[in-house]
Design a protein around this ligand. Sequence first.
Ligand code: SF4
Length: 360
Amino acid sequence: MSELVHRKNTRPVKVGNVTIGGSNELFIQSMTTTKTHDVEATVAEIHRLEEAGCQIVRVACPDERAANAIADIKKQINIPLVVDIHFNYKLALKAIEGGADKIRINPGNIGKRDKVELVVNAAKEKNIPIRIGVNAGSLERGILEKYGYPTADGMVESALHHIKILEDLDFHDIIVSMKASDVGLAVEAYEKAAKAFDYPLHLGITESGTLFSGTVKSAAGLGILLSKGIGNTLRVSLSADPVEEVKVARELLKSFGLASNAATLISCPTCGRIEIDLISIANEVEEYISKIKAPIKVAVLGCAVNGPGEAREADIGIAGARGEGLLFRHGETVRKVPEDQMVEELKKEIDILAEAHRLK
Ligand code: SF4
């Protein structure tokens, strides 16, 4: 771990019933793809996201119809609702009035000071934070002219400019994102931001691509930041069903031991020694453990030759063994089970472990 551990030193900021920053875990966010004014569709999508493990959800607010829908949406969901507004202070006021738990708006883009004050005062009154969203693709003209093109320093300067506007109004419930679709630029911008201020950082590699390429790109960039202790909440941006964003974010957090309430799958890459239909079993088990809210490690291995020993860290696992399966714990075989009952037996053991964690 590098010396830069921003995460532990950030200011705690409340968003609905969760607190981002401070000593808290990173929260997973996503954004709906429905038209926000279509309350039914938006609520249905949010419920799917909640079920997948999304902890904070954001909706776009491009017009009055969307702003008017916020109160209705808010009533029907269980996780904090963030409303994303560009420029328009009236929409911001409406969203806050409707019960938004956080708004995403850049104060420097709102316009005259009296309008900024109206928004900031409304946020203060409702005790909700503001996320400043710095994006390499939409830096202020003055900053672009100064640096010639989007740079990490320019992005930090932009963040500090917006932060100052809020601080001058004695507003400190601030969260900042420093997004860029270029991985190197985003990483540098977040690293510099982590040194420049102690407000919580919302991580993201924006416009990262489709499910496959975007996952790789996001993991590459966010992985560097997470390993350095940077970031308090994250959104993986994919051109895909937003449920996939949540799954990728959770997997990423698990990779760094940053999700205390999720199970992990260890599965072998298969080779010529394989004795079972490993790939479909691994997919089935992965789907099963996605609902388990305990830090259990589950292994699924193609053969018993190297299997159990290679997955010693697994709390429970199965390995193929010619027509049957070996059930093992921490590298030691517990019992043999017929191949056709192997997965069901494994699921039962997973449930027992999950229950034991729940009762701890
Ligand atoms: Fe091959 Fe067995 Fe290792 Fe899987 S566990 S990769 S099948 S040796």
